[in-house]
Design a protein around this ligand. Structure first.
Ligand code: GDP
Length: 441
């Protein structure tokens, strides 16, 4: 999702590179282009209007701070607006045993699998005792589908159901008695293919019986504007407490995601990124906005919001006069700490391009672990002065860590390159070119 929008916004912003000053004309034309790209991404018109009006307010008359370029000023403003638009990131409301969650939505949006994914997330990550209840007596095999997923993931499932006679309301009335035995009970309500009165009346009755602490609407990101109409209708009749986006892994243009919070004023709480049980994550507006702008955490860098000490640590190790392979090991360990090579790259603009380079080269975070192993198989003297590493020593080191001699040679080369790279840490172009060279090794 968002890849087309991301490409457009990135190219609009890149078009501002090299400008000394942000004139009102430049702001206007940039905002016009942003407006078009949002409309093309299927963002609701009212949302686009609000977005661009706020953006203009933020930018007009804005002084460009010393080191921050017009391009960065625009990125920051667009980023802030995107974060506002996507809403705050709130986890599930849980304060006591017996918490009830209703999952509602249209059929086919991924509602049943989402109920199971949520239960699994709460069970595995938050150590909650969860009960899954299926109220979907209309779709053939829906109850069975949820039972199977629950069983295969060791999640308790409410099985006291008579498929011949029980209505969703009867099942809800029976299941509610179990709630105090669980931290959280998740009710997967019946979906319909389209919005209708009968469905809404039934869900409203279930809401009365269950008194849910949370009512989540599942929205299929691929549905575009239709998803927004659905959200509006559900919200009017049920007062939703949150939204869950599914199929974020698909190639949806992203309009639904960008409009949903604004239109319903409900936070997007989770997003599902695939078919597997673990493919659900808490929705973080800031991370999604960064992804849209293909800026990784560079926005955090601009604001000094990130852990600047981490970068300083890396610089101290690498730039020091006595930089040797001990320093290199420390540097690699820092790299690991911030999430390996991919974590490090998050700090640098234009990650999209870098990712392509790295994917093409087949470089992975495993490389870092391998390099640490090589250094650890060296003696103290060798680490202090790599020039003593003749071919027999290199063979011994390789054998000591189950690597090839070529790997040891490569590490030595990189050691020399890192020295140069780290002095240019703040120059993204230098790092891009370094990544390109590293990738080609
Ligand atoms: P329901 O009718 O709304 O209950 O929909 P289901 O939960 O049965 O899901 C319908 C299909 O969508 C299933 O094949 C799911 O595996 C698939 N699905 C659900 N969520 C996602 C998602 O986030 N990404 C992808 N790729 N597929 C999903």
């Amino acid at each position: 999702m968002f890849s087309a929008l991301s490409k457009k916004l990135t190219s609009i912003i890149n078009g501002l590179k090299g400008r000394g000053i942000l004139t009102e004309d430049a702001v206007d034309s940039t905002i016009r282009e942003i407006r078009i790209s949002l409309l093309e991404a299927d963002v609701a018109l009212s949302v686009v209007k609000a977005f661009t009006t706020n953006l203009k307010e933020k930018l007009v008359g804005k002084k460009i701070i010393n080191t921050i370029t017009p391009e960065q000023t625009i990125i920051k403003a667009v980023y802030d607006e995107l974060v506002d638009l996507l809403g705050s990131s709130e986890p599930i409301l849980y304060d006591k045993k017996g918490t009830n969650v209703l999952v509602v939505g249209l059929q086919g949006t991924g509602k049943t699998t989402t109920a199971a994914k949520l239960a699994n997330l709460l069970k595995t990550k938050f150590k909650k005792n969860v009960l899954l209840v299926s109220l979907d007596t209309y779709r053939p095999a829906a109850i069975d589908q949820l039972r199977k997923i629950a069983n295969s993931n060791s999640i308790d499932f409410f099985a006291d159901v008579n498929l011949e006679t029980d209505s969703p309301i009867t099942i809800a009335s029976k299941a509610i008695n179990k709630r105090l035995s669980y931290d959280i009970t998740i009710y997967d309500t019946a979906g319909r293919l389209y919005l209708d009165e009968t469905m809404m009346t039934e869900v409203a009755k279930i809401k009365e019986i269950v008194s849910p602490n949370e009512i989540f609407l599942v929205i299929d990101s691929m549905m575009g504007q239709d998803a927004i109409n659905t959200a509006r209708a559900f919200n009017e009749s049920l007062s939703l407490s949150g939204l869950i986006l599914t199929r974020v892994d698909g190639d949806a243009r992203g309009g639904a995601a960008l409009s949903a919070k604004f239109i319903t004023n409900c936070p997007i709480k989770y997003m599902c990124t695939g078919e597997k049980i673990g493919d659900i994550e808490q929705f973080h507006a800031d991370r999604v906005a960064s992804r849209i702008l293909d800026k990784g955490d560079v926005l955090g860098l601009i604001e000094n919001a990130m852990d600047a000490n981490m970068i300083d640590d890396v610089k101290d190790i690498a730039i020091g006069k006595n930089f040797d392979l001990n320093g290199m090991e420390k540097y690699l360990m820092q790299l690991q700490k911030i999430g390996g090579v991919s974590g490090f790259l998050k700090f640098i603009p234009g990650i999209g391009k870098l990712k392509e380079q790295l994917n093409a080269s087949g470089m992975s975070d495993k490389t870092v672990n391998r390099q640490i192993a090589i250094i650890r198989s060296m003696t103290k003297d060798e680490r202090r002065d790599y020039k003593v590493l003749n071919s027999s020593r290199r063979r011994r080191i390789a054998a000591g860590c189950a690597q090839e001699v070529a790997d040891v040679n490569r590490l030595i080369k990189q050691f020399e390159q890192v020295k140069i790279m780290m002095t240019k840490l703040q120059n993204p172009k230098a790092i891009q070119s370094f990544a390109g060279k590293w990738g080609k090794r």
